[in-house]
Design a protein around this ligand. Structure first.
Ligand SMILES: Nc1ncnc2c1ncn2[C@@H]1O[C@H](COP(=O)(O)OP(=O)(O)OP(=O)(O)O)[C@@H](O)[C@H]1O
Ligand SMILES: [Mg+2]
Length: 356
């Protein structure tokens, strides 16, 4: 979703405003590639206060963005290339195929086409598109559609304006994740599953350098893992949150409650099972839609990718090699950051690396 025309820039800032944490990545553009100048991850809820996904008041976010910019010594007025993104219920991306259309007809044709594919009402829709390729034999066009509503876009830009910022580009979460992966991996073949596990949702993307893009959001994340622990281990929120960070999906060997867990467990499906089921379902759909089942790897990113035991659990159930994604491959890293690679930054990095 472009807002302004492209500008030349020496430094770029990617801001990922998550419901739980704001992530900012500051990069310097080199002759080839980028160098990490600095980054910051800061929660939007004060320490010790319970995170509730229903509390998404926009005034919760701007002060956090302002604080981060101060800490990173970034002057909002001097930022030439600022990229942010939106996601969730009223955003959608879809790769479609159409007959060849000249530029002047494409936009209006795609608007009608988008209404068929994207579940957002026409009058309220903001649409952007990218021609990915034109097939030689058939002349058909492969097009990536990205859509949201005016309201979602306005709410988002309002947060940034309140923080004194004005984005050059507003991307869609799953596209920025794909971009982050495409620019930081050496994948030439095969299909990859990217899971950006946040606090109240997970972006699921299936993509290959030579294969179709599929993306959807699953309404589960770190919040639900904490809830599971509260329920299964009969803990209050604070204790459960602590348990989550230390033990994740595994059993604390010193806990006496381990034995009673399986009995309490049957009433509701644990979050990791729901996520695995959604991955499996999406893979089956992808095979049918894209005719490609060359799944090479599942990559976990986002804050909840760090949940102890999740990599092993997903690998075991989905039966595709799984690992945590470290989005720093094509970024020069000063020494002081070497041991600070964090999958929670994947989206913000994808945003900061976006060229236009
Ligand atoms: N080491 C860790 N182990 C387990 N969970 C973690 C860890 N670190 C962070 N988390 C969880 O990750 C989540 C925050 O991740 P992230 O910043 O990606 O979410 P977000 O972008 O704010 O959320 P959303 O995209 O859903 O709005 C929280 O639920 C937090 O408890
Ligand atoms: Mg997020």
């Amino acid at each position: 979703m472009k807002k302004k025309k492209t500008v030349r820039f020496k430094e770029s800032v990617g801001i990922d405003i998550g419901s739980h944490s704001v992530k900012v990545v500051h990069l310097k553009k080199l002759h080839e590639g980028f160098k990490l100048l600095n980054y910051e991850i800061r929660p939007t809820v004060a320490h010790g206060i319970e995170y509730l996904p229903s509390d998404l008041r926009p005034d919760r976010f701007a002060p956090v963005v302002v604080e981060i910019m101060k800490t990173l010594h970034i002057n909002p007025k001097k930022v030439k290339h600022l990229v942010t993104s939106i996601g969730g219920d009223n955003t959608s991306i879809k790769q479609i195929k159409t007959i060849f259309l000249p530029d002047e007809e494409l936009e209006s044709a795609l608007f009608f086409e988008a209404k068929k594919h994207i579940p957002i009402s026409g009058t309220d829709m903001v649409l952007d598109y990218q021609v990915l390729s034109v097939e030689e034999k058939t002349n058909n066009m492969n097009i990536l559609l990205a859509a949201t509503t005016k309201e979602v876009l306005n709410d988002h830009t309002n947060i940034l304006h309140t923080a004194g910022l004005s984005p050059n580009i507003v991307d869609i979460d799953s596209l920025a994740i794909t971009n982050s992966f495409a620019l930081n991996s050496f994948a030439e073949d095969g299909v990859f599953v990217l899971l950006n596990l946040g606090a109240h949702r997970t972006n699921l993307i299936i993509w290959g350098p030579n294969s179709k893009l599929f993306a959807r959001d699953i309404p589960y994340g770190g919040y639900h893992f904490t809830r599971d622990i509260m329920r299964k281990r009969q803990m209050e929120w604070e204790q459960a949150e602590k348990y989550k960070f230390e033990w994740g999906l595994t059993d604390d060997p010193s806990s006496a409650q381990n034995k009673s867990i399986s009995m309490l467990d049957i009433s509701e499906k644990p979050t990791e099972d729901v996520i695995v089921e959604e991955i499996r379902r999406s893979l089956r759909f992808y095979v049918k839609e894209a005719g490609n089942s060359d799944f090479r790897k599942v990559y976990l990113m986002g804050g909840s990718a760090k949940l102890v035991g999740l990599v092993e659990y997903i690998q075991d159930k989905v039966n595709v090699p799984t690992e945590i994604y470290m989005p720093f491959i094509n970024i020069e890293m000063p020494e002081k950051f070497h041991d600070k690679k964090d999958p929670q930054l994947s989206l913000a990095i994808g945003l900061a690396m976006r060229m236009e």
